[in-house]
Design a protein around this ligand. Structure first.
Ligand code: 13P
Length: 254
């Protein structure tokens, strides 16, 4: 059984003060609640300290980075290394988000280097995002785009490591637009993605690897999306910024 995984991606939202308010609110909501899913928040690096339980042992929030560099250290202004993320206790890192591909020249090749570095040099779980643009969707190129991104992103990884990766299918036309892919659309692309994993790494890995959906996921639509047999979780932007809404996502009804 694949354990569902829901990750809030805050992108460039919430400084330390707002993050602290969120922490206090979420902690109240989570009192006496145990979740049987995996979850995390990908906050801006500078705000992460506000999401960490203090000495008085408050709510433990698993944390994710929004990006990482594949080199160990050196002259890479503005970047963070895997060692730094580990020292901070981060558990996940999002790699290849469409916004990084679109605005920061992230390519399938750099995505692949980052995934390999994460698997080889850390105990952090990489979450590899992929998905087509609106034009590619209109031109009916979704499946070929998805195939290429998965083939290139996971190239050269051994099957044992591949099953540790979390994949996140995020159709770009659904990100921050309120236009969610229908559960059927999302299921069909994610099922196809799983078949590509099977071609690359075999049946066992394909059955074990988790694939999230991302793109305007919210409390109102999570249940239908999560009912789909191949959807194993969500990568959530806007709806993760509000503690109540994020809490509803984490406690969605199966
Ligand atoms: P939204 O949930 O705001 O559409 O963002 C999705 C996303 O990009 C998560 O990584």
């Amino acid at each position: 059984m694949r354990k569902p995984i829901i990750v809030g991606n805050w992108k460039m939202n919430k400084g330390p003060e707002e993050a602290q308010k969120f922490y206090i609110e979420l902690e109240k909501l989570m009192k006496n609640k145990t979740l049987d899913i995996e979850w995390a928040i990908a906050a801006p690096s500078i705000s992460m300290v506000s999401l960490m339980a203090g000495d008085d042992k408050g709510l433990y929030i698993p944390l994710a980075a929004q990006n990482v560099h594949y080199e160990k250290s050196g002259a890479f202004t503005g970047e963070l290394s895997l060692d730094m993320l580990m020292e901070y206790g981060l558990e996940y890192v999002i790699i290849g988000h469409s916004e990084r591909r679109q605005y920061f020249n992230e390519t399938d090749e750099t995505v692949n280097l980052k995934i390999k570095a994460t698997l080889n040099n850390s105990d952090i779980t990489p979450i590899m995002a992929f998905g087509e643009t609106e034009k590619e969707f209109d031109d009916k190129k979704t499946l070929s785009v998805v195939r290429k991104q998965i083939n290139n992103g996971l190239k050269g990884i051994n099957p044992n490591d591949a099953k540790e990766v979390v994949l996140a299918y995020e159709p770009i036309w659904a990100i921050g637009t309120g236009k969610t892919a229908t559960p059927k659309q999302a299921q069909s692309v994610i099922k196809y993605s799983r078949s590509i994993v099977e071609e690359m790494f075999g049946k066992e890995v394909a059955q074990e690897i988790r694939i999230q959906y991302g793109g305007s996921m919210k409390p109102e639509n999570i249940q239908e999306l999560m009912k789909q047999p191949d959807i194993d979780g969500g990568l959530v932007g806007g709806a993760s910024l509000d503690a109540k809404s994020f809490f509803k996502l984490l406690t969605y009804k199966k």
